[in-house]
Design a protein around this ligand. Structure first.
Ligand code: PGA
Length: 250
């Protein structure tokens, strides 16, 4: 049985004051969450503050990206070792916003994935198609290409200590959620694709859905066989919404 998993991707939002309130609200609501692993991913600059606020709680935290290099002259980048130093456990890798705006190609995503794992972080690997790709019937081909880029370099067993997030790009921040059936179809495809290489890995890996998840649609999405939780953007900025989503996950 896969453990339900919900991660909040705060993106480039928040201030020291608002994060304190948000984390306080999440911690207050954790009593409502039975089983789900709950993770928040703040901006790099607030990681140490969030670490302190979460100390001793069941809530884990992660980064929104990592550098593929270990250390050195890479102005503006954040190394995996620095994140580990902050007691960070997870790293979102290959988010569609990084792929679209910051040049994260499949190859770079694979390198970041490998760097994160090598340094002891658990990657939350994001995959998903653009609207025009879905309309052209290429959803499975795109997701397969994105997964293969990582598996081709890291091997299928590497997914065993990773989380996958399927996020159709057309559903991110748009208020347009994939229907539970649309999401389940792609999640099932991902699991079948993995099982062709290793059925034990396919059974084990948590696959999250992301894209306009909110309290009102979380139950229906999470009740699908192959949807193990969510990667939540906008709705994770409200403690009440986020906790309700975590509650729906289990
Ligand atoms: P959203 O973002 O929930 O605001 O659609 C999801 C994500 O980008 O991870």
């Amino acid at each position: 049985m896969r453990k339900p998993f919900v991660a909040g991707n705060w993106k480039m939002n928040g201030s020291s004051a608002s994060i304190k309130t948000l984390v306080g609200g999440i911690l207050d609501g954790m009593g409502r969450v039975k089983n789900a692993e709950v993770v928040v991913c703040p901006s790099f600059v607030y990681l140490s503050e969030v670490a302190q606020l979460l100390a001793g709680s069941a809530v884990e935290f992660g980064s929104q990206d990592v550098a593929k290099e270990e250390s050195g002259a890479y102005t503006g980048e954040v190394a995996v070792s620095m994140l580990k130093d902050m007691a960070c456990k997870y790293a979102i890798i290959g988010h569609s916003e990084r792929r679209a705006y910051y040049g994260d190609t499949d190859e770079i995503v694979a390198e970041k994935f490998i760097a994160a794992q090598k340094g002891g972080l658990t990657p939350i690997l994001c995959v998903g198609e653009l609207l025009e790709e879905r309309e052209a019937g290429q959803t499975e081909a795109v997701v397969e290409r994105q997964l293969q880029a990582v598996v081709g370099r890291a091997g299928i067993r590497a997914l065993e200590s990773a989380v996958i997030a399927y996020e159709p790009v057309w559903a991110i921040g748009t208020g347009k959620t994939a229907s539970p059936e649309q999401a389940q179809a792609v999640h099932a495809f991902i699991r079948q694709w993995m099982s062709k290489e290793d059925s034990a890995v396919a059974e084990k890996v948590q696959i999250l859905y992301g894209g306009s998840v909110k309290a009102a649609n979380a139950n229906e999405l999470f009740s699908q066989t192959d949807i193990d939780g969510g990667l939540i953007g906008g709705a994770s900025l409200s403690a009440e919404e986020f906790i309700s989503i975590c509650e729906a996950a289990g």
